[in-house]
Design a binder for this molecule. Structure first.
Ligand SMILES: [Fe+2]
Length: 317
């Protein structure tokens, strides 16, 4: 607090201001909110002092955040892109989803999940409108940590089209495509028909793109398929599978690659019986990936829970 002498107020230093702001928030009743606010203020003030932020730079930051907010809609989330490209999403993921050995590792949720993906049968084709991609069958099992099958697990799957765009970024943004909800069978097996995933640049027509350009970074993500796998009695896992051959595995724009999530997409020149049954006529790829779920311990709020709450509030338009 500032010294007072004969009623005169000493000139405040920047550290006096920080101390006064911290004192003002120190009575926050909720202890977790108190911890977060005090730490946020300490670090934010320290950052501003460290870089000796000018008023022009401060105003530029306000403009960037304003523009990011204006770009957000039910189909675009610029703040998640900022979080992802700054590596914050992966730090939160690591802190909040520590997994026991053998459990499938999680990775970023990303900004492109949409509610309302259709229920699909075993072998259902999420790429039914994609005319240019090479067909791919992704199969595997959902298992517990002991390797026992988890039946009726829900696999919520999404991916870009072979043009590198998610449905919401393409010509008919209101039509769902490259999305589906699959269920594991009694042996825990699942089977998805899709197209070979491709690498793609994250949206770079907004403030995140300008940040990447100004800092000499590329916007590319290695080819992947997104999954949220959930089942009664298990912790849901939000993850991707990545193509081992991708050139951007070492430099993912959002830092989301984990070795255990890399898998092989094997090419076959001619369809086998199963591929033929699923309507594949020419060359195709197969990938196998087993998901290992952790038993539920506490009621966790997942990003999807949060997203559904927002949708229920009408906040997503
Ligand atoms: Fe993605």
């Amino acid at each position: 607090m500032p010294d007072r002498q004969n009623g005169a107020r000493r000139n405040k230093t920047e550290n006096d201001i920080t101390a006064e702001v911290l004192a003002r928030f120190s009575g926050t009743p909720d202890p977790r909110l108190r911890d977060i606010m005090l730490s946020l203020i300490s670090h934010l003030h320290a950052f501003v002092k460290d870089v000796k932020l000018t008023e022009a730079e401060w105003f530029q930051a306000i403009e960037i955040l304003t523009e990011a907010g204006k770009m957000c809609s039910d189909k675009r989330q610029e703040f998640i892109l900022f979080s992802d490209t700054l590596g914050v999403s992966m730090v939160v993921d690591l802190l909040d989803h520590r997994k026991p050995d053998g459990a499938t590792e999680s990775t970023v949720f990303g900004p492109f999940h949409r509610l309302g993906a259709p229920d699909m049968p075993m072998g259902g084709n999420i790429a039914h409108r994609d005319r240019t991609g090479t067909p791919a069958l992704v199969r595997g099992r959902v298992l517990d940590l002991d390797g026992k099958p988890v039946a009726n697990a829900l696999l919520d799957v999404w991916q870009t089209q072979s043009n590198g765009l998610y449905d919401a970024q393409d010509a008919n943004p209101n039509e769902l495509h490259m999305r589906g909800k699959f269920r594991s069978d009694a042996e825990g097996r699942y089977l998805i028909r899709t197209v070979l995933p491709v690498n793609y640049p994250i949206p770079s027509d907004g403030p995140v793109g300008r940040m990447l350009k100004a800092t000499g970074r590329h916007p590319w993500r290695p080819a992947h398929i997104h999954f949220v796998v959930s089942a009664e009695g298990y912790e849901p896992v939000t993850t991707h599978i990545f193509d081992r051959t991708d050139e951007y595995l070492q430099s993912d724009a959002v830092f989301a690659v984990k070795d255990s999530l890399i898998c092989d997409f094997a090419k076959h020149e001619k369809p086998d019986a199963e591929a033929s049954r699923l309507g594949i006529a020419g060359p195709f790829y197969t990938a196998e990936f087993d998901f290992h779920l952790t038993p539920a311990t506490t009621a966790q709020t997942t990003v999807m829970d949060a997203q559904q709450r927002l949708a229920a509030l009408g906040a997503r338009g």
